[in-house]
Design a protein around this ligand. Structure first.
Ligand code: BGC
Length: 420
């Protein structure tokens, strides 16, 4: 809702307070008809409200390759730029509680810097997001050896994962919602994976501040797939000194998958109860992140763990809610995936200068990756990552943005408290 706009007391339409509608409502009897008409028109325009999509160029790589981008924006001030390099979210503008707009994701100002990056800023991660122990797995009694890029393990698709390849920007369409679709064909054997994998990444933004990212994939040979989006959210952006450690986080998971010293899950599903991993109630991230008595936090240097989401099935459901007290921004994440990797940016060590030369440090941002469980191909008790020919892999991630001040932020309703 634009600044100064208020909700109509009679029907909650968003036009009240603009263009004189407020004064018409003040004279209840004589202007009732006009008021109703105004509300009706408001509803009509809400129903047809569209978000805007445009195709643009983000930049050029040092080898001369042009990197295209799609920009989706709505009237609230949400604007997301997704580039063909890695089908990556390069920037995401969102208003705070005062209506001030800032970029709430970490990343770089130029495409070339993303090629050198090893933090996966904003990238689409795959074919297999997260780790596969020693880069090995067996499918139908065939052993496969993947590229290893993380202490002898396979991480986020290997040496050249989906975040480092050029995708094709297939279509860009304004509407309700605005949609941009990217595609990539991963050849048989790429990074060691079997099968030609045809992947699409569809980004859509509506006027209610919902950004949806949907990955689909199909294969011509049995293979494994687990694709996710690796955004570093900095909900405190725009306020000097704001730390993501102050963000309160709620994750609707009663269990998580503990890891070994190399961050490979042991296979256990452990209750979060009585541990620093209990985020069932909103808790500041920084409150327990330095608890050195917890071996899991020591292994991860903080949070770098997969949470087993409650009620995991195939339907989209609320997984996490993050709130920045400094800016009032709220992010809700919905997914149908069984797992949510929560990474508190522990490896940001001031050696990377990102957008506008900012040195990125631990505590600057939080990463949430809805996904299958890490190392699923080697863990019989984890949901299978197998994809067969004729089947469609799908991972749908919904990011819902709002603030604690509805006056400066048009939204359908106040953000719902997640329920278990
Ligand atoms: C992983 C971290 C890793 C990071 C790379 C996260 O998804 O869980 O362990 O260091 O990606 O930036």
């Amino acid at each position: 809702m634009p600044a100064g706009t208020r909700t109509c007391p009679c029907c909650s339409c968003a036009t009240f307070g603009t263009g004189g509608a407020e004064s018409r409502h003040a004279s209840v009897v004589s202007y009732a008809f006009l008021a109703l008409l105004s509300c009706g028109l408001g509803l009509l325009s809400t129903a047809t409200m569209a978000a805007d999509a445009r195709r643009t160029t983000f930049g050029t790589l040092s080898n001369g390759t042009s990197v295209e981008a799609a920009e989706l924006s709505n009237a609230t001030g949400i604007k997301v730029r997704i580039m063909t390099l890695g089908a990556s979210i390069q920037s995401l503008l969102a208003p705070d509680r005062r209506g001030h707009i800032a970029d709430i994701v970490l990343g770089f100002d130029s495409a070339q810097e993303y090629l050198q990056d090893n933090h996966y800023f904003g990238g689409t991660v795959g074919r297999f997001a997260n780790r596969i122990s020693k880069g090995r797995f067996t499918l139908d009694s065939h052993s496969f050896v993947l590229a290893t890029n993380d202490h002898g393990n396979h991480l986020h698709g290997g040496k050249v994962g989906f975040n480092k390849v050029l995708w094709i920007l297939r279509s860009v369409k304004s509407g309700a919602p605005a949609i941009a679709t990217f595609s990539y064909v991963s050849p048989d054997g790429e990074e060691g994976y079997p099968g030609t994998l045809r992947v699409t990444a569809t980004f859509s933004l509506d006027d209610k501040n919902t950004l949806q990212v949907e990955y689909t994939a199909s294969t011509d040979r049995p293979t494994i797939v687990n694709i996710s989006s690796h955004n570093y959210f900095q909900l405190g952006a725009g306020v000097a000194g704001a730390s993501a450690m102050d963000d309160t986080l709620q994750i609707l998971a009663s269990r998580y998958t503990p890891v070994d010293a190399q961050l490979i899950p042991t296979g256990e599903l452990r209750s979060v109860s009585g541990t620093p991993f209990d985020f069932l109630q909103p808790t500041a991230v920084g409150q327990r992140v330095r608890d050195g008595n917890d071996l899991q936090l020591r292994f991860g240097r903080g949070y770098d763990h997969n949470f087993a989401l409650d009620g995991a099935g195939t339907a989209l459901r609320e997984a996490a809610r993050i709130y920045s007290p400094g800016t009032g921004r709220i992010l809700e994440i919905l997914t149908a995936a069984p797992g949510l990797q929560f990474y508190s940016g522990n490896f940001l060590d001031s050696t990377t200068a990102g957008k506008q030369g900012a040195l990125y440090r631990e505590g600057d941002a939080l990463v949430f990756e809805p996904q299958l469980f890490p190392d699923a191909p080697n863990k019989a008790n984890f949901r299978s990552a197998r994809l067969d020919p004729g089947r469609i892999y799908r991972n749908t991630i919904v990011y819902r943005f709002s603030t604690d001040n509805p006056v400066n932020f048009r939204q359908d309703a106040n953000p719902r408290e997640p329920t278990n």
